[in-house]
Design a protein around this ligand. Sequence first.
Ligand code: SF4
Length: 701
Amino acid sequence: MAHEVKTTCPYCGVGCGVIARLGDDGAVSVKGDPEHPANFGRLCSKGSALAETLDLDGRLLHPEIGGRRAGWSEALDLVAERFSHAIAEHGPDSVAFYVSGQLLTEDYYIANKLMKGFIGSANIDTNSRLCMSSSVAGHRRAFGSDTVPGVYEDLELAELVVLTGSNLAWCHPVLYQRLSAAKANRPEMKIVVIDPRRTMTADIADMHLAISPDGDVALFNGLLAHLAASGVIDRNYVSKCTSGFDEAVAVASRLDLPAVSNATGLTQAQLRAFYRLFETTENVVTCYSQGVNQSAAGTDKVNAIINCHLATGRIGRPGMGPFSLTGQPNAMGGREVGGLANMLAAHMDIEKSLHRDQVRRFWGAPAVANKPGLKAVDMFRAVADGRIKALWIMATNPVVSMPDADAVEAAIKACPFVVVSDIVRDTDTARHAHVLLPSLGWGEKDGTVTNSERCISRQRAFLRGPGEARPDWWQLAEVGKRMGFAPAFAYNSQAEIFAEHAALSGFENNGRRDFDISAHAEIGGTAYDGLKPFQWPQTRGSTPQQRRFFADGRYFHPDGRARFVAIEVPGPRRRDAAFPFTLNTGRVRDHWHTMTRTGRSARLSGHLAEPFVEIHPRDAQAIGVSGADLVTLESPHGAAIVRALVTDRQAEGNLFVPMHWNDQFASRARIDALVAPITDPVSGQPASKHMTVRAGRLAAA
Ligand code: SF4
């Protein structure tokens, strides 16, 4: 019978509510949920095409071992046996899980519990490492916790919205719609876009600052020095609620305006205008995303931004604050359960013995990993050099999406035992699996996700899973039981897992940690089924709901104060004359990640049909390239072939390529094969921007 189900979009971190309708004839249609607080009924092109991406072509329908069909019992027995064997022979750090911001929180929770609590290693990392781990590290340095202070509504309430390293129009489209509507209602609202490219987002900006790649620390250090010199510092807030201000300002003031101009590629007049606007506007929100995070100085960039908000006390109140926008639908949920190699469940700290002991007692675990595990880039290095003997990859395609992708593919090929859980059977990564496990996809699986403003929403099933596909949490729990941990993994439903997760968040917490949803610790199946979107925290018995953090000036460092971080401006990157261009990567409006889903929609593929490189007209002329020519891009790590898109939206000397295409859609289009495995020293996030490459017209065969 026809029915409607409220669920959540599986694409970006905006986390829009979707109403999916399953008709009598089995046809699916979708519309925005007018009651969901992220989108109030809006959807973007990707969200509104969700029904077009549900066909079963290429679905993985049964477990496979070595390419032959197998039963679940045989496959799970083998996975448990090979992981147990590797651990017995080589220790717990010889195995690893590489998971995904596409997993639901319940899946993530079980993966983390199995690896950190029962296997006894912290070798679980996620493709969210590639997306927002610099923001996590920056939050923890500044606030003592991984807390996004504000909410989406702040963008609508602000007088000034600064978007840096964020092409909001294409990467968080519904949030962009909300911002555009707010500006249309209040034309006096100002928007500043800081991006080397004149993106679609810049089209609504009052000011576009075409900053040099990696000029962000200099720009925001310059702003901090300007604020200090112009006397708009909130002295009361700084002295009562923070520490480290004087040192941060002293370091920031080392560059004078001409030096900042030199480091950012912006004129002194542009800098003065931006600094004056920030100085004179009380309600300022600064949003940042991958353009800030995906850098060898990503964490420093985040703290340079937060410093400016702390200095003015513009944080945690309506219409003001720094705001990290997550890329994936459940990057935030992964952070909550400790799905990063350097974190523990419920925002606890793996390096604190008190926290390890709390988690160990709560889980009844034999031991909890006592040191951080391998972060994504290091994990695949460990696979390559033979330290990892068994690897389980879930809901992600690292052969396409990891930096130095050719080397990652070679490492996975050589790994003694690789398990891949996915919905499709022929991804670039799945081809190298010894065991393939069929997972449920969007519309088939049930659980929760958390968006960029800390709002937890249900993803609900409205379709039967095909073949023998099963939830990811079930696969992990079954392997956990077979490895000898049966009582700890005897779950009957995702509702039980969510209740346990909520209970852990409140376990011996007493307000010492930010993440607490213990109000839901006793939630049962019916209440879970009907769970409405809510923002954390929701502590046991709490009412009304707290929506923002830090307006009271109380942070999560032991002394309750926020930290300014004194940040040195990174020196200019050494250039090799053989690779004269600076290459940035990013997303396009209508595709998602490696296109395993959006590539199924002709409508979405019609927006931009092929991989391309944006190049400035003078650069194109200099290398003999015309619009629509095929261009080879080469870095010291690999090569790709893309179509030339000649445009003055791109700054001279810089190139831009989208990250989505892979060899399934176009020959030699794996852009991440070009990306060097350079990482931020604090967060471990790869620097997927600011690469050095050469470009040339593809010679005719
Ligand atoms: Fe989905 Fe993001 Fe679009 Fe919302 S903005 S519909 S979450 S892709």
